[in-house]
Design a protein around this ligand. Sequence first.
Ligand code: ADP
Ligand code: ASP
Ligand code: MG
Length: 463
Amino acid sequence: MRVLKFGGTSLANPERFSQAAKLIERAHLEEQVAGVLSAPAKITNHLVALSEKAALNQPTDSHFNEAIDIFYNIINGLHAENNKFDLAGTKALVDAEFAQIKDLLEEIRQAGKVSDAVKATIDCRGEKLSIAMMKAWFEARGYSVHIVDPVKQLLAKGGYLESSVEIVESTKRVDAASIAKDKVVLMAGFTAGNENGELVLLGRNGSDYSAACLAACLGASVCEIWTDVDGVYTCDPRLVPDARLLPSLSYREAMELSYFGAKVIHPRTIGPLLPKQIPCVIKNTGNSSAPGSIIDGHVKSEGLQVKGITNLDNVAMFNVSGPGMQGMVGMAARVFSAMSKAGISVILITQSSSEYSISFCVPVKSADAAKAILEQELKAHDLEPIEVAKDLSIISVVGDGMKQAKGIAARFFSALAQANISLVAIAQGSSERSISAVVAQNKAIEAVKATHQALFNNKKVVD
Ligand code: ADP
Ligand code: ASP
Ligand code: MG
């Protein structure tokens, strides 16, 4: 069994959608496959905007109509390609979903707010309709399709908008469904179900993670992530045109790169694949014959000590300091357990050797909550007012080979200094697989370019 996941850009219009369908079909003719789909590009953003704007009683018609147009355009195109494609039936499914959304928006407007549970049921509809269109495409060609319902089959724990899948229980459920060998298997990404059977989401960009979870549950031979670039590059090819394609990466490198912001895979994608040593291959839908990048348990340097440079934006940094910090056993533990109890993820930590201060980064969206919690938790201690700096980015340099290499940190920091970018903080991952620098967000792109130039010895990057 192979799992093939297609992202939004690979499903954005009829031509790309049909290209993705043909890739699933081609793979199916070799061995059984499961296709995991995102929503067509832009759809999730429209859906997110719909509930948020309705809660503020702002107009939503343009989002509503543009989203429907995207689906109708794909459906019309797929029907034009093959007149056996169920045009009326598929359009009726789109209409039914959007009629439900309309009712929900009316309720949100009346209430003046939207709960996470309702938001989740709106935001996931793009994936659901991608599956409906793909099912119709395969049925028009005489194939029989098995739909995996992620709400029933993938058990997840966590909030409505960002849950994590329990692989052991989900594997039992997927096994129990005993999928017939001749069927084309399809599953909507981004979605799972909690223990009450309610729909939950896996976080933005989460369809990669859905595919990895399904691959783990099915014991697949590979999890293929089909996207709009030829594979994983040394840095975002949209930022640095000279970025180099990486033929292979280790699981750890891919985890670290995605954790620190490489959008090409969702940071949780590798988690379910690693224990079963299922390789993850990144491929380009628009250039399917290119070999792509393989992520697996082998550590191959490809002659590179550093495999990639990333930027993670929208970060806030906290600095907790004061005489009360010194020699106080367990102060760091208190700070971080307060964050963890509040469900706030701490991205990066630095501590000065004097124990006089602790600095750490959290997503900027959690900064106000984090500040309130810390003030409450630490009020009995003799501390300076908690400092919070917003509008920061974390620039990271990642590679398994960095452990053995000398001088990478020096080259990284001197590249930033030469570009006149000040460092707010620095940190090295405990695995010595990454070094990070915190910089002002408006310098992030420049920082990535300068670092790439220094570490990969490229031609001067021309803006
Ligand atoms: P999809 O819609 O297929 O999920 P995404 O937009 O989520 O695609 O991810 C693909 C994008 O990730 C690429 O277009 C590229 O701009 C971006 N990206 C960021 N960092 C990297 C990297 N190191 N290598 C490749 N792509 C990257
Ligand atoms: N459609 C969702 C999003 O845009 C999930 C995904 O594409 O992976 O975040
Ligand atoms: Mg993505």
